[in-house]
Write a protein that binds this ligand. Sequence first.
Ligand SMILES: [Zn+2]
Length: 258
Amino acid sequence: MNQIKYYKQDRYETSNTSLKSSGDVLSFINDIRREAHLRKFVEIDGRLVIFGVEGPIILPNGKFWSISAEVKDGLWGKHHIMVSPNLESLINKKQSFLRLDSGCFSGMVLGDITCDCLEQLRKAQSIILEKGGIIIHIPSHDGRGWQEYKMAHQRIMDETKLDTITVAAKFYGSENKIDTRTFNESALILKALGFPKKYSFDLGTRNPKKVKALLKAGFNIAAQSIEIDGISKILEKNLQAKYKFFNNQKKGKVYARN
Ligand SMILES: [Zn+2]
């Protein structure tokens, strides 16, 4: 394999290479290999956003395009972006669905039923396949940014039967320390993808931290929770606590404009 080369762009541009444009399979493989060793980067607000290698994700109900992005010297490492139908059409539409999706290893990969992280991601994927939109998944946001410490929190939750917010507040010291996640890197990545100021996002959550970070970046926001079907008792307790902590209420839409 070749050495990685860096290539500056004004905003991220999706590759136009296809089997058709390359002409034959061997040329196509060579073209894709060459592209896979290029790291496109965009300079935004004095920071560098470095993009990874793009490709399709194929689900039973459709296909979307995926690309990773990382803010150089950022806190949260790789962000995985899913786009449907494509970046160009979303930017032209001036309004689209957005989900900033925090990673959750215990729920999304191992199947723990005390949270609804996987269901929220699946729902968001269905929404973008149906109506178009973008999801930014941030693996290192696991445990509201606390990552492995979450397992200690899970132990306490399991034995005491207390809800997730009550346990987190006691375990981490106070309610202010429950959530260490920040979303300014997600906002930078959206800018690097070419979403202009005043672009309107229908945000799939009412989490005020996410709303604030996007408003600060100059976007317009309509925020609404994603509704999940078939909620278990144990999850319902945690969701109620979470809604109370993050939003004070479960339903309704919040509009915020710059
Ligand atoms: Zn979870």
